[in-house]
Design a protein around this ligand. Structure first.
Ligand code: MIC
Ligand code: SF4
Length: 643
């Protein structure tokens, strides 16, 4: 019998399918081979894992990275690091110490494996798609379930082929390609899709370039993005001393896709994402000559050896302009090691760049906030308003090439004017795994290991069972494209990630600093809180705190025009009902502070998900489309409460 011709996505998913049938079901359960966490979401993930009472992780590989909260002002972050290290030791998790590098870059270098599944508590986990992995971002509790051996659930995907043809011009790179894809598909409306890169142009991109593209696919709101595993992948793995991890995974001849979009690489121009959304794409040319105050190079999108070496080649023998601040954060120690050996580090220092720690740093607003009203060019993936720490700053997302060319004059410059030679893929990467601890006890754990719990580690609150009806208040009404950075700011507030009562004080801080107090007052008056939102609610980061902290403040439902995948799953995991308007114009019928009832809400969740709400301006029909598994979670008050 002839078997069906499959694309790369179908090949990996069918080999990992444990629940559901793609032909009939809206949701699939897949087996997870690897997990990754980072410190800012990891503490919650492990607290939740602990409460599941499982003696050790059941995955092939689980790695706990420390890369987000590495600036230690006060005891909180150091408390978190100790807690994470002790958990890793006990449960058989590999621990990547602060200073080792950024989770996605490190995972690609040392653990990512073609043909496997990776679930990470970070929305940029799809970086692993660059090496032919189905790598998906999720909330911490989903990672906890996966570490305990449970399945992960995704909406049955539609697969779009992004066919690459031709070859990029000099000075144009992978960042411009993903910006091109974002220009076409935007940051909303892509829920449930997987973007699979294919076509003859694929072979012209090295693994780090592919990873830049799949990394920033997160900004499209897709489930993940993936490249095939081919000769280029093979060479990369061999150069990392991991030839045995290679398997070829390419689409079968005649493989089908739900949609196709072709990008002619030779026609891609240098692009940038203008403030305040990664979907606001303009050409670099249109901004040429614009004065720039700050340039930041690095982040999980653009911190590979290929990227930073390219920057060094642009700056070789030159100096950055006097009135521009240039900061560079490499992705890993391996990258720094190579730059030290080939002289790039010296070039960058002599050029007047500030060499920063190999961590998330500026990207998460942990430091290097630009000055008031600044124009800052950055090579990372998100330019949400205020994320840099400076609300009045305009952040433009660019390629390393554009960043480097502009650093020399302090103005936006075309990277194609004096392009440098392509950086060849190294034949051998220097490998030093010494900052990955507990490799020998991975999967086993150390018996009797003590968990270290400083005062910053608080317990995870549990949700309450869904009642039949509620008195409710519209605690906030927000517009379109509200990101999880709006809901649960990071930057200066990041250090409270392990302490929900403290962190909850800052929910919606950028939109309404009174949100926390109002919610508690409504709660005390016996009402639940409801969030009303426009389109694409919950874009961006996977931080489950954007659901967990609202749950703690008595939020029971979100009513939005549409909700993004990771955030929707997080809401359900914490017993918050993700309603959507049946008729988008009914959004106008709600105002902040309105009181109304959620009459018969339990019956609605048990039934078809439709609820009628009487507002001052008329009746509004809202609907939640839940699988049986999701219904169960909501009825119990969330995943933890369901155990
Ligand atoms: C981000 O880039 O927004 C983060 C910080 O890496 C988040 C995770 C977090 O909020 O801790 C993400 O992308 O999921
Ligand atoms: Fe870290 Fe930024 Fe990447 Fe998030 S996007 S993982 S903060 S480097």
């Amino acid at each position: 019998m002839k078997t069906k011709a499959m694309n790369v996505t179908e090949k990996i998913l069918s080999a990992h399918l444990v629940e559901g049938d793609p032909a009939v079901d809206r949701e699939l359960g897949i087996k997870i081979d690897q997990t990754l966490t980072q410190d800012a979401t990891g503490t919650m993930a492990y607290l939740q894992f602990e409460s599941m009472g499982v003696p050790r992780v059941k995955t092939d590989v689980s790695v706990s990275y420390v890369d987000h909260n590495t600036v230690q002002i006060g005891f909180e972050n150091a408390d978190d690091h100790d807690f994470l290290q002790s958990i890793a030791k006990k449960y058989g998790i590999i621990y990547s110490k602060a200073g080792n590098g950024i989770c996605h870059q490190l995972h690609l270098e040392r653990y990512g494996k073609p043909g496997t599944t990776l679930l990470g508590s970070d929305s940029h986990t799809p970086t692993g798609g660059g090496i032919g992995q189905i790598a998906i971002g999720a909330g911490g509790i989903d990672i906890a379930v996966a570490m305990a051996g449970g399945a992960f659930h995704i909406p049955t995907p539609k697969v779009r082929a992004i066919v690459l043809k031709g070859k990029l011009k000099k000075g144009v790179s992978a960042k411009d390609v993903i910006l091109k894809v974002l220009e076409k598909f935007g940051t909303k409306g892509n829920v449930g899709w997987i973007f699979e890169y294919t076509g003859p142009g694929v072979k012209t991109l090295d693994v780090p370039s592919r990873a830049t593209i799949t990394n920033m696919g997160a900004e499209l709101g897709v489930t993940t993005s993936i490249f095939p595993s081919d000769k280029v992948t093979k060479q990369f793995l061999a150069a990392q001393g991991r030839a045995k991890d290679y398997v070829e995974i390419v689409p079968d001849k005649g493989a089908k896709y739900d949609d196709t979009f072709t990008v002619d690489l030779s026609k891609v121009e240098p692009l940038m994402a203008a403030p305040h959304s990664p979907g606001n794409i303009i050409t670099v040319k249109s901004m040429k000559g614009k004065k720039v105050n700050q340039i930041m190079i690095g982040s999980c999108t653009n911190s590979s050896y290929r990227d930073i070496r390219t920057v060094a080649l642009y700056l070789k023998g030159k100096h950055v302009a006097d009135d521009v601040e240039v900061g560079i954060a490499c992705g890993s120690r391996q990258v720094i090691d190579m730059l030290a050996k080939d002289g790039s580090l010296g070039i960058l220092h002599r050029a007047g760049c500030r060499m920063l720690e190999n961590a998330c740093g500026f990207c998460i607003g942990a430091h290097m906030s630009p000055r008031t009203g600044a124009i800052s060019l950055r090579t990372n993936n998100r330019n949400f308003e205020g994320r840099s720490g400076t609300k009045s700053a305009g952040i433009y997302l660019v390629s390393p090439e554009t960043a480097a060319a502009s650093a020399l004059t302090g103005k936006v410059e075309m990277p194609t004017k004096n392009p440098v030679a392509a950086v060849p893929s190294p034949k051998k990467f220097p490998v030093d795994d010494s900052m990955f601890l507990y490799r020998t006890t991975a999967g086993k754990g150390v018996k009797g290991a003590e968990i270290v719990r400083g005062p910053n580690i608080a317990q995870v609150p549990k949700g309450e069972k869904l009642a039949s009806s509620y008195k409710a208040v519209c605690a906030i009404k927000v517009g379109d494209k509200i990101t999880t950075d709006h809901i649960m700011p990071a930057g200066a507030r990041l250090k409270f990630r392990s302490n929900i009562p403290e962190y909850a004080k800052f929910v919606f801080e950028p939109c309404d600093p009174q949100f926390h107090n109002n919610c508690l007052a409504n709660k005390a008056a016996g009402a639940v809180n409801v969030i009303v939102a426009g389109e694409s609610y919950g874009q961006g980061s996977s931080r489950e705190h954007a659901a967990l902290c609202p749950m703690y403040l008595g939020v029971k439902a979100v009513i939005a025009k549409s909700i993004e995948r990771i955030h929707r799953a997080n809401l359900i995991n914490f017993g918050i009902i993700p309603f959507e308007f049946e008729n988008a114009s009914d959004y106008e019928k709600f105002s902040a502070s309105d009181s109304f009832s959620l009459d018969g809400v339990r019956a609605a969740v048990e039934g078809d998900g439709v609820l009628q709400i009487k507002t001052k301006k008329g009746v509004v029909s809202v609907r939640t489309r839940l699988s049986d598994r999701e219904k169960h979670l909501i009825l119990c008050g969330g995943l933890l409460a369901s155990l």
